[in-house]
Design a protein around this ligand. Sequence first.
Ligand SMILES: [Zn+2]
Length: 264
Amino acid sequence: MIIIVCLLLIVAGIAYFVWKYPNLRKAWFFLPRKGLVALMYHHIKEEPSNNPADYAFAIAPDVFEQQLDFLHKNGFTPISAEQLFHAQKTGHKHVQKPVLLTFDDATLDHYTHLFPLLKKHNVPALIFIITDFVGKPGYMTWDQIREMQQSGLVEFGSHTCSHRRLRDLSEKEIIREVTESKQVIEDNLQQPARTFCYPFGAGAFDKHVRPHVLAAGYLADFSTKHGINSWPWRGKKPLLRAFPRGRETWWDFHLEITRGRSRL
Ligand SMILES: [Zn+2]
């Protein structure tokens, strides 16, 4: 009788736990997978307004720093774009639990809030520039971008010239967005722009757009679809990225970092 009561209590306890944490139910079916996780961040700035559209795209600096600590303590290795390409070329996978930190839009807070944290923790990052927006209010200047580049921690890629949805543009405009932005970055940084990030979410590009990106000479393209990438990344498809956002739980972050899964 006591054994039956104990078993019932254990079953009830597990049922309560699974009910209370819905993410656990999903996690139950998806065992952690091995591969490269790329994280997609936007703003790193102090607590934004209560508007979900605002705070979803902003992580407070102290939370971001806790995430860096979490990665460090749990054996993840933030990798640079150089390491991404090196692994692709050589097939070596000697990096343990690789994570690629990416930041879209090259906003001013990347210089004021993100850069000090990258230096403090010696963590590499990839930032995507909208070339027409450089120097405008809220965005970095070329001098600030160069300073970050010269630290050796940050590589810059293109996020187009004007941040429009490429799928909706004419072929001529798509080619201009991908080639001109690459040229402008290379002229200003004296270094190849090797990476490209599609603006506006998973539906922002299609099979007609990607060939233009590859033809322009980019070696890697980044989507907003979430998931785990192969490691070494093989380059056959755009890289998938999980999306940490403001006010999410640690469990959400755990799912992003172990399974590339984000709640979109
Ligand atoms: Zn963007």
